[in-house]
Design a protein around this ligand. Structure first.
Ligand SMILES: [Zn+2]
Length: 339
């Protein structure tokens, strides 16, 4: 048995992880994320890859690795590229739902299974339902570039229109994984180990390929609201006796960190000295930071109002230990022209 590890992103950059682990019989990806640094070399918020070109902009610019048997058929067909009958990988282990680890799953074939934790699944659901981001077909793939015949054809217009609707949507094979339960992908033995990160559901993985024992940390931290998760991961990783560890290292050389409690304390102090409305900004999927500002509002006798996207996430995460939707106010923006 020989193990091979190929890095197609995530080296000398923050995120963009696309790491292929193969032994003689099976092959998986650890994350399939978007590289912000590479993407920013060519695109910006207002200049995005051309959807009309399918996958070719991404392959031309090396934003996606040129690997046979992993990309979706609709995009390949549209660019005149060959689509193999079967996928060349057996699955993707998703460490967490940040774009730099997950977004390019959008481009993968619909028959490649995705393994992720329940909170990651819920976050993906929220992203699909509430964002218009270009790469959000993580759970459900909506086939593009299919035409169907129009029911009524106006004189001089085309007979065809782009096919949309439920029959052109495919649910990807999603496997929700549980903490520390061993599962198999072919003959690769895998265990998911929850870690604390800035959004819920982050997981490290232990992978036994037969001749190597790999620990993949994903993104983790010790200074969040759940350091016990990361501490348990460290203990279990030691017991696993890894021969290889693949780790995120963005802040590996920093020696101090501010924890959520000290953010809550300082923000409470500032807000209590102020009389008017207070507006705060934070990533809405960072539920620990949401909780910090919710606590600040409670500490200073204020009501906490959230937008509709945040409200939807709170509804999905009901029962996961965060404030419930009834604990906050929800503000609904007026439609334009309405006063
Ligand atoms: Zn992350």
């Amino acid at each position: 048995m020989t193990t091979q590890i190929d890095f197609f992103g995530g080296v000398d950059e923050i995120g963009g992880n696309k790491i292929r682990v193969s032994n003689d019989t099976n092959s998986i990806f650890l994350d399939f994320g978007m590289s912000f640094s590479q993407s920013n070399d060519y695109f910006s918020e207002f200049l995005q890859p051309r959807k009309a070109n399918g996958i070719s902009d991404f392959l031309e610019l090396n934003l996606l690795p040129n690997i046979n048997g992993i990309y979706r058929k609709d995009y390949l067909n549209h660019c005149g590229l060959v689509c193999s009958e079967n996928p060349s990988i057996d699955g993707v282990l998703l460490s967490h739902a940040h774009m730099d680890h997950s977004a390019y799953i959008h481009h993968l074939r619909e028959d490649i299974p995705i393994y992720l934790t329940e909170p990651s699944y819920l976050i993906m659901k929220a992203i699909e339902a509430t964002t218009s981001a270009s790469f959000n077909e993580i759970l459900t793939l909506k086939k593009s570039f299919y035409l169907k015949r129009k029911k009524r054809i106006k004189e001089g217009s085309s007979e065809f229109t782009e096919a949309k609707g439920l029959e052109y949507q495919i649910s990807r094979p999603i496997h929700v994984i549980n903490p520390y339960d061993e599962f198999l992908i072919g003959n690769l033995k895998i265990i998911s180990a929850p870690v604390d990160h800035s959004l819920p559901g982050a997981s490290a993985f232990f992978i036994d390929t037969g001749d190597e024992r790999i620990v993949y940390t994903g993104d983790l931290r010790f200074h969040g609201r759940h350091p016990e998760l990361t501490n348990k991961f460290v203990k279990e990783a030691k017991k696993f006796s890894p021969s290889i560890m693949i780790s995120e290292g963005t802040r590996i050389d920093s020696t101090s960190n501010i924890n959520e409690q000290s953010i809550e304390d300082s923000a409470s102090k500032i807000v209590s000295n102020f009389e008017g409305h207070v507006i705060v900004n934070y990533p809405i999927r960072d539920l620990d930071r949401f909780l910090t500002f919710y606590n600040v509002a409670m500490n200073t006798n204020r009501r906490f109002a959230v937008n509709l996207k945040q409200a939807y996430i709170l509804k999905l995460f009901d029962g996961h230990g965060y404030p419930k939707i009834n604990d906050v106010d929800v503000y609904i923006p007026k439609k334009s022209g309405e006063w």
